[in-house]
Write a protein that binds this ligand. Structure first.
Ligand SMILES: Cc1ncc(COP(=O)(O)O)c(C=O)c1O
Length: 481
């Protein structure tokens, strides 16, 4: 009804879940606010968590807000502070605020990202963010990008496209005919390739026996001469997997030379750059040079939840040739509303999935080109600072060339290194995780968190010095050997 009276604006509508959302914001704020103080490694193990969270399924309903508050209380001691600036384990990024906010909205909006018509905002975010990603990483602007759960799924997706292409060129339609009776596919990779390449080959039905390993140097880089010999020793459909960023050392294969060799023999070149592909976005030319030649590949796997600091889970499967990418994962359903320009579900193994483009778009838009460059440069600078600090601890050694974000440490003999590794986790100041490199016990460090400060690094080095001293029992960090 029209009226001449000026009415005051209606109060903004709130949802029935408003109180719950406020409560969650408070809980989240408390967690983030205390991140610097809580032990970085989880204080409680699985058994304590089972006891805390277990019990029979309730017969009836409970208030959602109470349940969520209860979950936060019960789970707290079983949470590892992976978003902490002093978490250096495995290869795990933190959570950039823009990505965090957008990720919350992703759950609220609950879009199914598979179809453009159903989720146009999501599809547009993915398309725009994909363009930004390709630009930042120095990859061909016409490549297509599938938003997947992480590096593993990105490797699988890219290698599925590779399988399609090398078999199609051998006259075999693998999507229609399967692998029974297909020409054998050779997959060549450096001996220090990531384990998810093997897993991808299992998923793909190629099997790990299809893998021919090429020797690597002391940093884990593929031996290019040996790659030549391996390529020459066989024929037929061939996929070469190169690596940008070895998980222990951070080393990069000679991507330009190795790609050229492989292409010369008709092979598909895939680059696993879960964290290392981001070298291409660095500001420092020396860091950018590490991934030089990456643009020559046919496909690339990289992560959002590592260097880009998007919350779990987020990865990118990038394929140079859109037609091949679509031919591998394209699907038809009469009940779907397909879009002429294509649908995101044609680029990934999933049908329905989370709208991962929102947090990616948000973090890239928030950081901008300079912010991403500063992020990558800062991670490398912090890795160098940590390596220099640890190198000054008596009895400690840095085993790798710290050119990127990974630092590989040892503290005398294997028993001492293992004991230091164990105590690092219980100490709680920082997290670095144990591994074995070339048969030697090591402590791995991956600097992947946007929020890590020089003070975080110095506190970590001080904690390591203290722990090494305690383990050595000499008070000066040296264990008599
Ligand atoms: C080189 C490399 N490839 C693949 C992966 C697997 O990535 P995600 O854990 O995201 O699946 C990793 C994980 O650290 C990695 O370092």
């Amino acid at each position: 009804m029209a009226t001449d009276q000026v009415s005051s604006p209606a109060p903004p509508a709130t949802s029935p879940t408003r109180a719950l959302l406020d409560q969650v914001a408070e809980t989240a704020d408390a967690f983030l606010g205390a991140l610097g103080d809580r032990p970085v490694w989880t204080p409680a193990g699985y058994d304590e968590m089972l006891a805390a969270l277990g019990g029979p399924l309730p017969d009836g309903p409970s208030d959602p807000a109470e349940v969520v508050a209860d979950l936060a209380r019960r789970a707290d001691r079983g949470l590892t502070a992976t978003p902490s600036g002093r978490f250096f384990g495995f290869v795990i990024g933190g959570v950039h605020p823009a990505a965090l906010g957008a990720d919350w909205l992703t759950s609220v909006w609950d879009q199914n990202a598979g179809l453009t018509a159903l989720a146009p905002a999501s599809a547009a975010c993915e398309a725009v963010a994909a363009g930004w990603l390709l630009d930042l990483l120095g990859l061909p602007a016409t490549a297509s990008v599938g938003f997947v759960t992480g590096g593993m799924q990105a490797n699988f997706t890219c290698l599925a496209a590779a399988r399609h292409d090398v078999l199609a060129r051998a006259g075999w339609d693998v999507e229609r005919r399967g692998l029974v009776g297909a020409p054998p596919v050779r997959v060549i990779a450096g001996a220090d390739h990531h384990d998810t390449i093997d897993l991808a080959l299992r998923y793909l039905g190629l099997g790990t026996d299809a893998l021919v390993e090429v020797p690597t140097d002391d940093q884990g880089r593929i031996d290019v001469d040996a790659l030549t010999d391996t390529l020459n020793a066989g024929a037929g459909p061939t996929i070469v997997c190169l690596q940008a960023g070895e998980v222990h050392t951070g080393a990069f294969d000679a991507l330009a030379a190795a790609s050229d060799l492989a292409h010369h023999r008709g092979a598909w070149v895939h680059v696993d750059g879960a964290f290392g592909l981001w070298a291409g976005a660095a500001g420092d030319p020396a860091i950018r040079a590490l991934s030089a030649g990456a643009d020559r590949a046919n496909s690339w796997a990289t992560d959002g939840h590592k260097t880009l600091n998007v919350p779990y889970d987020c990865g990118f499967a990038i394929v140079r040739d859109r037609v091949t990418h679509r031919a591998t994962f394209g699907v038809h359903g009469d009940y779907l509303i397909s879009s002429d320009g294509g649908d995101p579900l044609e680029l990934v193994p999933e049908f329905s999935r989370r709208a991962r483009g929102f947090p990616v778009w948000a973090v890239l838009r928030s950081l901008g080109r300079q912010g991403v460059a500063d992020l990558v440069d800062g991670l490398c600078r912090n890795a160098r600072r940590l390596a220099d600090g640890v190198a000054a601890i008596p009895g400690a050694s840095v085993l790798n060339d710290v050119d990127f974000t990974q630092v590989l440490l040892a503290f005398g003999d294997d028993d001492t290194t293992r004991e230091v590794s164990r105590r690092v986790l219980t100490d709680g100041t920082a997290v670095l995780t144990p591994s074995t490199w070339r048969g030697q016990a090591v402590l791995r460090c991956s600097v992947s968190n946007w929020s890590t400060t020089a003070d975080d690094i110095d506190r970590t080095v001080a904690a390591l010095a203290r722990i090494v001293g305690d383990v050595g029992g000499t008070g000066d960090g040296v264990r008599p050997t």
